[in-house]
Write a new protein. Structure first.
Length: 90
């Protein structure tokens, strides 16, 4: 909302509009899912992508779940590579 004297905000906010927007923890949740998928299937692609998204969520977007996403993606990357090495040696 603006005043009648130009484009100066009045400090009022429309009903139901949030300050942070509707973004929430989207990058972090996607990174967690990619980390779990990377543990099972193609860790270089999925878990590494999840780790990159989690770092972006932590540094740029300041999401709350970003630390958990970093841990899950890192475990998915290392664990998926170890699991792949074990199955490859069989």
């Amino acid at each position: 909302m603006t005043t009648q004297y130009g484009n100066q905000p009045t400090g009022q906010q429309r009903y139901g509009a949030s300050k942070a927007g509707a973004s929430g923890n989207v990058f972090s949740i996607i990174a967690i899912v990619l980390g779990v998928i990377g543990f099972i299937f193609l860790p270089i692609v999925f878990a590494l992508g999840g780790l990159i998204m989690a770092i972006i969520a932590k540094t740029v977007r300041h999401e709350r779940l970003a630390t958990i996403a970093i841990v899950v993606s890192a475990v998915g990357l290392v664990g998926g590579m170890v699991l792949g090495a074990i199955f490859a040696s069989m």
